[in-house]
Design a binder for this molecule. Structure first.
Ligand code: CP
Ligand code: NVA
Length: 308
């Protein structure tokens, strides 16, 4: 696996072997971190992190991960450079490329990240766009690998809004051979191009991809349950309307009765308990959910160590 200099923007750009290699490295780095080993893999390297949306996990896990790899991170908020407004994205990319060794971008339009990458001579990492959240899915896959020690023969049920996280889950699962059933209300299904790509990957990996409207159908026999907020960042004006539309798309102990005996629940967080997941189901599965949050750091350390 040689990924040096590659952007980490779309999971679609990586092969199954690349993803498996990154997950192996993430597991090894996690062990090193637990053993408090001195890692100097990114010594003297700087990661710039740009955010035009809030973040707890992404911001801290990247910054701490970078420190653990021997490098450092500089965080810039929306109001400081106002991506694409104060000056063009092309110029911003060419300037930052002169100072840093990698950049993470969290913003609204996916095309802004693609545009940045076109002019950037340093690797660009997608830290969430309206279309996708690939770093999250690397942590999710790591959590699944640790729990089940395999990918083939597993079924993941995603219940709720077909959003950025769902789009990336579709790609990650289909690449690795995990069956994925998404249950979303009509009109809130995942991005159609991501679904098409997932079906294409599934035909080589042997996975099954289903986009359904019924949570019960999606849940049957599932090993991994996954949900995310009904209202993503930037959609706040629709929150009340969405509460009504999504009210039956909830992970609760009743739905979990349809699961395989050996199942886990994942949530990318932040969670809105009482909406997409009940407090009871959340607390029953807090162990896997917070392991997943921790795994953001290990998965991203593997990504940075490989591409920077
Ligand atoms: N899951 C996730 O990306 O969390 P943050 O929005 O807090 O970074
Ligand atoms: N779908 C959510 C994910 C947050 C990590 C959002 O975009 O707000």
């Amino acid at each position: 696996m040689n990924l040096k200099g590659k952007h980490f923007i779309n999971l679609e750009d990586f092969s199954k072997d690349d993803i498996l290699g990154l997950l192996d490295l993430a597991e090894a780095l996690k062990k090193d971190v637990k053993e408090k080993k001195d890692l100097n893999i990114l010594k003297n390297k700087t990661l710039v992190m740009y955010f035009s949306k809030p973040s707890l996990r992404t911001r801290i896990s990247f910054e701490v991960g970078m420190q653990k790899l021997g490098g450092n991170a500089v965080v810039i908020k929306q109001d400081e450079i106002i991506l694409g407004k104060r000056e063009s994205i092309e110029d911003t990319a060419r300037v930052i490329s002169r100072y840093a060794d990698g950049i993470t971008i969290r913003t609204f339009a996916h095309s802004d990240v693609e545009q940045f990458a076109k002019y950037s001579s340093i690797p660009v990492i997608n830290a969430l766009t309206d279309l996708s959240h690939p770093c999250q899915i690397m942590a999710d896959l790591l959590t699944i690998k640790e729990h089940f020690k395999k990918f083939n023969g597993l079924k993941l049920a995603y219940i709720g809004d077909g959003n950025n996280v769902t789009n990336s889950l579709l790609i990650g699962c289909s690449l690795l051979g995990i069956d994925i059933s998404v249950a979303a209300p009509e009109g809130y299904e995942p991005d159609s191009e991501c679904v098409l790509n997932a079906k294409k990957f599934a035909s080589s990996s042997g996975a099954k991809v289903e986009i359904l409207n019924s949570p019960d159908d999606a849940a049957k026999g599932a090993h991994v349950f996954y949900t995310d907020v009904w209202t993503s960042m930037g959609q706040e004006a629709e929150a009340e309307k969405r509460k009504e539309i999504f009210k039956n798309y909830q992970i609760n102990t009743n739905l979990l009765k349809l699961a395989d005996k050996n199942h886990i629940v994942l949530h990318c967080l932040p969670a809105h308990k009482g909406e997409e997941i009940t407090e009871e189901a959340f607390e029953l599965h807090a162990a896997s959910i917070f392991e997943q949050a921790e795994n953001r750091m290990h998965a991203q350390m593997a990504i940075m160590a490989s591409i920077m």
